[in-house]
Design a protein around this ligand. Sequence first.
Ligand code: ZN
Ligand code: ZN
Ligand code: ZN
Length: 386
Amino acid sequence: MTAAAAADRPEIPAARFGERLASASALAVDRGVDGVLVGVGADLRYLTGYRALPLERLTMLVVRPLGAPVLVAPRLEALPARSCPAAASGALEVMTWSETDDPIALVVRLVGGAHRLAVSDRLWAMFVLRLQTALSGVAFSLASPILQELRIVKDADEVALLRLAAGAADRAMEGILRGRLVGRTEADVSREIGERLVAEGHETVEFAIVGSGPNSASPHHDPGERVIRAGEPVLFDIGGTLAGYSSDITRMAWITGGNEQAGPDADYRRLYDVLQGAQAAAAAAARPGIAAERVDAIARERIAAAGHGDHFIHRIGHGIGLEGHEEPYLVAGNALPLREGMAFSVEPGIYLEGRYGARIEDIVVCGSDGPRVLNEVPRGLRLVGG
Ligand code: ZN
Ligand code: ZN
Ligand code: ZN
């Protein structure tokens, strides 16, 4: 990505973080919670824009319905803490603690009088247990009912960033599908995918799955030293983060090596057609009001009707945003109605253990009247000659 493209990159306006902090505080009141304690991670980034380091020294956002939000940070992190958008725009006070201070005591003072506190799901046990010891009369619960309620619906700026990440992953995928594959190891191709994701503007590469031949039947295959050959499928599932937002796309290639005899066999063609139809039908069904589990069922019914019900061994999708996997999960048992702005993967798969498999994955945003599919790489089985 060029410097000019990076400068044009959409971003979350600083004022948005103050609004999010106010919403979190209001929701806490709604849920009868006297304070929300947020450790380092995606919840903190969402509320403040602060990408804090995960340290053994405590960094904690304290959201208090009866007072202004405070970010507790180690003194040596004062500069990045005070520079985060929420603090820089005046929506957040930063209180630092020195090396020999007790940061837990500082948090305890900030939440004085609280009866019920919610802690972010990823807060480390070493902090939770110290808080519980120091606040023995307080009832602790998870903050996810509050924070997921906010994070599950993406605003237009977040959707723009997800779209940017998807476009970058699309270009990385196209580059791989157009390049040479036969004779290379999965690990080698996986490394190239990582380089391409970074070249397209990703700051992190979270996964670059390359599953060739029988390995394509293992959904989370760890790319290894197996050499890609003609006459077999290869599964590519790649993703990372761009400006903090996640990408995630899966496409399938069949390696012909330029030999017409090495094309996909009839079983694989059938399997792939069923899968592609199921993926398209499920993605097309995404609209406000439909239950999350229904999107899964639409694909599953088609796959089962083709005799592959036992070979679709995972849920159809997961939410995506600041984290690669987050709410909403599109899975049987989750009756949550989709809402405009929810973003998630639609990724059915059919896996014949020991033989081969296939998955097709797109990121979809629920629009006001239907799906907005962010990935644009064609979904047909790609025949790769080289
Ligand atoms: Zn997965
Ligand atoms: Zn994926
Ligand atoms: Zn996924």
